[in-house]
Design a protein around this ligand. Structure first.
Ligand code: SF4
Ligand code: SF4
Length: 322
């Protein structure tokens, strides 16, 4: 059986990797087959804690436009018009490609009437595969100036999802690589702390998660509540807390040395075992609540049909003027 658990967060620095690595260790120690997939391809750091032995390394290549066959090109400019990323400009009968802006979407090749766009291989990152004890470890490093290719590299890391429990350490935020990580998992775990910044970014992460059809659960790190803001928000959104980690200086010290808390501080083993258990239970529930709602909305939309186009008074006046 394949179980996919994404550990994400709205804000960076809330303890996402700390939770993901400790949960992975606990699950592996319970005899589960665990894979750790670091999908934070722009700044992976799971390997600093799980210290895997890397057995394989491969360059991740994609095909993307590298130039134009000048004999075939008729300078029509269709490619530049089709490119949503402004990666092509046609200036004075010359087609210029700006590689750093190219997202390799292929639109320019589709629209080119003379098949003049030349494709070539492009390295977007490096993938490393190894083992940390019994845990299969996979992570990737994005090439410099290849930010637009993050989702592709995440996809590549995710292609190693396999039998057992797959822990996907996501990048923080709500951008494309996070969506790519979270979109088809069995459970999305959002890590937060009770600070105003984290609560604000948690709200964005919850919205993103629901938008892609995932009803997330929450872990509160450094759970010292100065006020009720976080709890009020979680209860108003009916979000389940699957774990609360106390604000303990010892944890911060162990983490800052790159060590695993459940190994160095045995008093926290039981807490992480409980969190791991709750995560596994929640992953079986398949919490795709909002997706169902969206499907219902789509059904209603289909029934109603295409809405009528109404003209605003300003549009009517303009028409009358002509
Ligand atoms: S592949 Fe897409 S992003 Fe790249 S140049 Fe062509 S249209 Fe633009
Ligand atoms: S669409 Fe093709 S033919 Fe037209 S300018 Fe671009 S490369 Fe040249």
């Amino acid at each position: 059986m394949i179980t996919k658990i994404a550990v994400s967060s709205g804000k960076g620095g809330t303890g996402k990797t700390f939770i993901a690595t400790n949960i992975a260790i606990i699950m592996a120690k319970k005899g589960r087959k665990v894979r750790y997939l670091d999908c934070d391809v722009e700044a992976p750091n799971g390997h600093l804690f799980l210290k895997p032995q890397i057995d394989e390394e491969e360059d991740v290549m994609i095909l993307s436009p590298v130039g134009v066959d000048e004999e075939k090109c008729i300078n029509c400019g269709d490619c530049a018009e089709a490119c949503h990323y402004n990666a092509i400009a046609v200036i004075k009968e010359k087609v210029l490609f700006f590689r750093e802006l190219c997202h390799a979407c292929g639109a320019c090749q589709v629209v080119c009437p003379t098949d003049a766009v030349i494709e070539g291989e492009r390295k977007i990152g490096v993938l490393r595969l190894g083992k940390s004890g019994l845990i299969n470890f996979h992570y990737a490093l994005l090439e410099t100036a290849e930010g637009g290719m993050s989702p592709r590299l995440v996809k590549k890391v995710k292609s190693y999802i396999g039998e057992g429990i797959n822990i996907l350490d996501s990048s923080p935020g709500t951008s494309c690589p996070v969506v790519e990580t979270v979109k088809d998992v069995d459970l999305c775990v959002l890590v937060t702390d009770p600070t105003p910044f984290s609560i604000n970014d948690l709200k964005l992460a919850v919205a993103m998660s629901r938008e892609v059809g995932q009803e997330p659960v929450v872990i509160v790190n450094r759970a010292e509540y100065g006020n009720d803001n976080l709890k009020e928000y979680l209860s108003s959104e009916k979000l389940e807390i699957v774990g609360e980690i106390p604000d303990d200086r010892q944890i911060a010290e162990v983490y800052s040395r790159g060590d695993i808390v459940v190994e160095k501080l045995p008093q926290y083993k039981e807490l992480f075992e409980k969190i791991a258990h709750k995560i596994m239970e929640a992953s079986k529930e398949k919490r795709f609540v909002r997706k169902k709602k969206r499907e219902e909305i789509d059904k209603v939309k289909k029934k109603i049909g295409k809405p009528k186009q109404y003209e605003t008074p300003a549009q009517k006046n303009l028409k009358n003027l002509w």
